[in-house]
Design a protein around this ligand. Structure first.
Ligand SMILES: Cc1ncc(COP(=O)(O)O)c(C=O)c1O
Length: 392
């Protein structure tokens, strides 16, 4: 068991947790000079105007603590976007908080709501930050295992998992790693199940702008913000990292009704308090000047998805649908039958392309023989990876 040094006489609060698979695979890729399609980040630059605005604001006074909730122009830009896209009105004073990345927003919402003994429903494959956050609060996880190839929620199963102890349901749409996108019908089913309960919803919507027009929702992202009935019990989290090619800036936001935001901010102010000031100002300028950038993102990534899929045509990988996000799942059973973790190590070391094993997202470790590629890369990177993968 993973324990702290004996002298401290203190067991680990998170004995099961090791280094995340994303760090492990990126490190392995670097060690072996492999093309890194594992961790989800772009290998191209953010928009020049956005960079220019950060420098501008550093030279024009935005160097001290900004307001705890985030700078007003950025909260205004976020509120404007939520209203334009989802018809949802959020008050910038009491309902929108800028955070240090989506991971922090998710952690803060979980910390603000979950008490020892509470149950939290998650859908697996599940993003790796949720479970440790729930465990640290003493919550119990109820896992709904989504099944390949579609990875769609089975609403009967969700209904059966809900109990009087259910405090929260966490959903992620568009979904990492599967690229599944929830439909309006899914949202209606969810609304039906939580009606007349005290269940809080936590929506991880970091890929909200990457929903492909040829998918089941025809490019429409079904945000928790859209249905008033859901919005009133939801934390809606999105990340500027995914939208503006700035994953390293770690800036995101959480929109939630005033009562939930009040609890959220009680945790936020003693954990993070404020987020990088010049970057917030720059994002506000950029969102005001170029509202179309986020709107064009789905088409930008659809072209990359299609390019990558074309690269893999004729390979021995079988590609699953990708309706959103910048991830592509692939089945490798025509290549060999080893566990997915071993397969990605072999692929990285012997074949020069790094990917993520899907079992790393599944708490019971179920192995569907699937790996995840990130196609948020330049065409040259995708073409070079394609050449190597066709030879596998
Ligand atoms: C589903 C999901 N949620 C949250 C995050 C974290 O976002 P951030 O980098 O803003 O913390 C990621 C990043 O990969 C993600 O894929």
């Amino acid at each position: 068991m993973n324990t702290l040094p004996h002298l401290l006489n203190m067991p680990s609060r998170l004995p099961q947790v090791g280094t995340t698979i994303f760090t492990v695979m990126s490190r392995l890729a670097a060690e072996h000079g492999a093309i890194n399609l594992s961790q989800g980040f772009p290998d191209f630059s953010p928009p020049e105007f956005l960079l220019e605005r950060v420098t501008y604001h550093m030279h024009h006074g935005a160097n001290q603590y900004p307001p705890m909730a985030g700078v007003a122009p950025l909260r205004e830009a976020i509120a404007g976007k939520l209203e334009r896209l989802y018809g949802a009105r959020y008050d910038i004073e009491t309902e929108i908080t800028v955070t240090a990345g989506a991971t922090q927003a998710l952690f803060t919402a979980i910390t603000a709501c979950v008490r020892p003994g509470d149950e939290v429903i998650v859908f697996a494959p599940v993003y790796d930050s949720y479970l440790p956050a729930i465990a640290l609060q003493g919550g119990t996880v109820r896992v709904i295992n989504l099944q390949p190839p579609a990875f769609r929620p089975d609403w009967e199963e969700v209904a059966a998992a809900i109990s009087s102890r259910t405090r929260m349901i966490i959903l992620n749409t568009p979904h990492n790693p599967t690229g599944t996108v929830w439909t309006a019908d899914d949202m209606n089913q969810l609304a039906r199940l939580v009606r007349d309960t005290d269940i809080v919803l936590l929506g991880d919507e970091v890929y909200e702008h990457i929903v492909f027009a040829d998918g089941p929702t025809a490019g429409r992202h079904e945000s928790l913000a859209r249905l008033p009935e859901l919005r009133e019990r939801s934390f809606v989290v999105s990340s500027f990292g995914k939208t503006y090619h700035i994953t390293g800036w770690k800036i995101a936001y959480c929109a939630a009704p005033a009562a939930l935001t009040a609890e959220f901010r009680k945790v936020h102010q003693f954990n993070v308090f404020t987020v990088h000031h010049p970057s917030q100002m720059a994002l506000a300028d950029f969102m005001r000047a170029e509202p179309g950038f986020a709107m064009d993102l789905a088409e930008f990534y659809r072209a990359k998805r299609d390019f990558f899929r074309t690269q893999l045509a004729g390979s021995r990988f079988e590609l699953l649908p990708s309706d959103g996000t910048y991830f592509q799942l692939a089945r490798y059973d025509r290549i060999n039958a080893i566990p997915d973790i071993e397969f990605v190590r072999w692929l990285t070391i012997e074949k020069g392309v790094a990917a993520i094993p899907v079992s790393a997202f599944i708490p019971d470790g179920s192995d569907h023989g699937l790996i995840r590629f990130c196609f948020a890369k330049n065409e040259a990177t995708l073409a070079a990876a394609g050449e190597k993968l066709r030879a596998v």
